[in-house]
Design a protein around this ligand. Structure first.
Ligand code: DX5
Ligand code: ZN
Length: 219
């Protein structure tokens, strides 16, 4: 297992000082910036769109990890690519209303890494037909829509399954967890095989971002 990647979710940042927040979290040792895009349809919340991602791109040199919790991801994809995304993750559920295979193909064709994700209620089997077509599995450890929810350790089964895929397949995928990640749940996730940790509250609501990031890495 290589180094653990820490991807702070700016959903929990102070949006009135977003540029300063980005500078601060990059200086604190973040690896990627996680952008949670919510449309008020696929999830019961509205966050921000491609224009904010474009502004984020201008304020950080870190890779932008864009998590689309939206309907019709295929339609909006080009706007997020143009805004500067480096990886784009889409949902597998039918409620996301897109052709998953086609969307993954379009993401890769655009030069971005493709991620696939699923809600806690969605079985891991729904992802399996797409193996080989994506670069990262995002395991939601809360129901998507809001930051600050408690971690669901019943989702670790999915992390273990993905780690098994990596043992048996040549093409390795990143295993990312998202929701309720703090030093304790980070350790549980890493022990089960995750290598990318998304964290909003535990970083942006702390006083010392560098310390929060070190603690997530288990340092
Ligand atoms: C949940 C989002 C998460 C969320 C994580 O819908 O996908 O990225 O912001 O936030 P915390 O770390 O506060 O649970
Ligand atoms: Zn997310």
């Amino acid at each position: 297992m290589g180094r653990i990647i820490i991807a702070p979710s700016i959903l929990a940042a102070d949006f009135s000082r977003l540029a300063a927040e980005l500078h601060r979290v990059q200086a604190a040792g973040a690896d990627w910036i996680h952008c949670d895009i919510m449309d008020g349809h696929f999830v019961d919340n509205i966050s921000f769109g491609p224009e904010v991602v474009r502004l984020v791109r201008k304020e950080t040199t870190l890779p932008l990890d864009v998590h689309l919790m939206i309907e019709h991801a295929d339609h909006y994809l080009p706007r997020f690519v143009k805004a500067g995304a480096n990886s784009i993750t889409v949902h597998v559920e039918p409620e996301a209303k897109h052709d998953v295979l086609e969307t993954l193909r379009k993401i890769r064709e655009s030069g971005c890494r493709a991620g696939l994700t699923l809600n806690p209620e969605t079985p891991i089997e729904s992802i399996e037909p797409f193996l080989g077509q994506f670069d990262m599995l995002l395991v939601m450890t809360v129901h998507p829509g809001f930051g600050g929810q408690p971690f669901r350790d019943d989702q670790m089964e999915k992390v273990r399954r993905a780690a098994k895929w990596n043992e048996s397949r040549e093409q390795k995928i990143d295993i990312e967890v998202d929701g309720g990640i703090n030093p304790q749940t980070a350790r549980i996730s890493i022990e089960n095989g995750a290598n990318v940790l998304v964290a909003g509250t535990s970083i942006f609501r702390s006083d010392d971002y560098a310390k929060a990031i070190r603690e997530l890495r288990g340092e």
